[in-house]
Ligand binder design. Structure first.
Ligand SMILES: *Cc1c(COP(=O)(O)O)cnc(C)c1O
Length: 394
């Protein structure tokens, strides 16, 4: 049996390689930052979610160390048995205050928050209406729930309205969307989504993983950017991107929703508590962004600068304001060559192609960070110019 199974797996692996879809992992030997060491080469890093540059920030590291000393290394328990410390409650309160919601529940990851949100709240009498580009964790969460499923075309409000009409005979309806679509850097049309939710009596859930901490005037996310704070029923987010980048996720919203999740959400009930050091650093991350907008301002400055300059070089990008900047190359092979040559020059980015993005829409996805200096960005732009000319893109 084992021999057959191994053959079967080897064939699958070969097929993945033949299709050019095999994912190799680059090994970094430095902390996560604006530049990192890969194979003893120092390269500028333009592909992390370290938007605010907090992943290796001294204050975050200090807060993690402090919590490690005062609250120990691990909890060896789920929350409801003996895994809840004062720190966990403090972070949950901090997030609720920041997002101006009633309550918040922590998870080991946003993947778990999304995986555990639907099944406790909805049954086969209800309907979930989901954007076609939603994150894999939302898709998996929806699969675990018996509610009827409706999918609408990405940010297409006419299609969303059609799906809402189809779902009118369900008991409860919920519209679910990513706040930011990660391959395009586009922000969901939350104002219009909330209007449609009012019109067709639906709840709204937003996954703001690529926004909490830096999108919106005070960094409160796409809900602030789109001026819908208080109109969204459920917000999920991560501590694993802008907010220190270690790990951890949360669901925030109406208090009855959060209370039910604490009673019934399986990834919360049956998975370990977040480590105290991560929670302590998480509290610090929120303190930093509440009291100091210099990180967000630097990120915005870097984003605007890069977006303007890369277009001046003749590259086609997806327009917008988000630090995710897709540089369109269209051809899959070109995107791979492009990323490879950039790395040789000292710039670390990733090329994305089908099936991650639609066929013939291959791209390099650049992600700006507050930890980049203008000098770093100028260096990267210069490398883009060299590689772009070399490959005949510009
Ligand atoms: C990154 C991401 C997640 C997963 O977050 P983790 O905390 O790493 O599990 C979920 N949803 C979206 C939209 C994301 O971008």
């Amino acid at each position: 049996m084992l021999g057959d199974f191994k053959n079967y797996l080897s064939n699958s692996l070969n097929q993945i390689k033949e299709e050019g879809l095999y994912k190799d992992e680059r090994i970094i030997t430095s902390p996560q930052s604006g530049s990192v060491t890969v194979k003893s080469q120092k390269v500028l890093n333009f592909c992390s979610n370290n938007y605010l540059g907090l992943s290796s920030h001294p204050e975050i590291i200090e807060a993690a160390k402090k919590a490690l000393v005062t609250h120990g290394f691990g909890m060896s328990s789920v929350r409801f048995i003996c895994g809840t410390q004062d720190l966990h409650k403090e972070l949950e309160k901090k997030i609720s205050k920041f997002l101006e919601t009633e309550d918040t529940i922590l998870y080991a990851a946003a993947f778990d928050a999304n995986g555990g949100v639907f099944e406790p709240l909805l049954t086969d009498q209800d309907a979930i209406i989901s954007d076609e580009l939603n994150h894999a964790s939302i898709i998996d969460g929806v699969r675990l729930c018996k509610a009827k499923r409706y999918r609408y075309k990405n940010s297409n409000m006419l299609d969303l309205e059609d799906q809402l009409k189809k779902a009118q005979n369900s008991r409860f309806r919920i519209i679910v969307t990513d706040g930011v679509f990660s391959m395009d850097g586009f922000i969901a049309k939350l104002d219009k989504i909330c209007d449609l939710a009012d019109k067709y009596k639906a709840l709204v859930m937003v996954d703001d993983c690529h926004a909490t901490g830096f999108v919106g005037a005070r960094g409160k996310g796409t809900i602030e950017h789109c001026n819908v704070m208080g109109r969204v029923d459920i917000i999920t987010g991560t501590l694993g991107k802008a907010l220190g980048g270690a790990m951890g996720g949360f669901t925030s919203g109406r208090k009855e929703i959060i209370e039910i999740l604490r009673q019934k959400s399986r990834p919360y009930l049956f998975s370990n508590s977040l480590a105290p050091s991560i929670v302590g650093a998480g509290i610090k991350a929120f303190q930093i962004i509440e009291n100091n907008n210099s990180f967000k301002n630097k990120l915005d400055e870097n984003t605007n600068y890069f977006r303007r300059k890369i277009k001046q070089l003749g590259f086609e990008i997806k327009d917008g304001t988000h630090p995710i900047v897709p540089i369109m190359l269209f051809d899959a092979k070109t995107s791979q060559k492009f990323a490879h040559q950039l790395l040789k020059h000292g710039v670390y980015v990733v090329g994305f192609f089908y099936p991650v993005v639609p066929k013939d829409l291959a791209r390099i996805r650049v992600q700006l960070s507050a930890s980049h200096s203008i000098k770093d960005i100028d260096f990267a732009l210069d490398c883009f110019k060299k590689v772009g000319s070399n490959l005949g893109v510009i």
